[in-house]
Design a protein. Structure first.
Length: 134
């Protein structure tokens, strides 16, 4: 059993099981936290990056697909860290890239002056469209 402090200062308890009886509770808790973080990685890879959408049955193709998805996820995590953001949302990163690409497509296809449009005060608002957090 592990004791923790809640945000309101109350004590919280939770029970973690382990087959190795020699491990101390702090180590079991650290392993559990790591496992929880790994589950989020796989969830994001499946929901947002198509980890399970490879249409090949060849081992080499599947390995390449899985590695490409995980590399993309790691690059997104790195970009998020380099930007100094406290929270990570893969959906927001996808929205950022989609909006930038879509606006560039519109600018290019309409033969507009990209510099004047990007300097417009509403341009950042268009880049943030559809994001959960502004």
């Amino acid at each position: 059993m592990v004791t923790t402090q809640t945000k309101k200062g109350r004590k919280g308890f939770f029970l973690l099981g382990c087959s190795d009886l020699t491990l101390p509770a702090d180590t079991i808790l650290a392993y559990y936290r790591l496992r929880f973080a790994i589950e989020f990685l796989f969830r994001d890879a499946k929901q947002h990056l198509g980890l399970t959408h490879c249409q090949s049955t060849k081992e080499k193709c599947l390995a390449f697909h899985f590695q490409a998805v995980m590399m993309t996820l790691n690059l997104c995590l790195l970009e998020n860290r380099l930007q100094g953001k406290a929270t990570f949302s893969l959906q927001d990163i996808k929205t950022d890239y989609f909006n930038a690409h879509w606006l560039q497509t519109i600018i290019t296809n309409l033969d507009l002056n990209a510099e004047s449009i990007e300097m417009h005060p509403n341009y950042p608002k268009l880049l943030r469209m559809g994001k959960m957090a502004a």
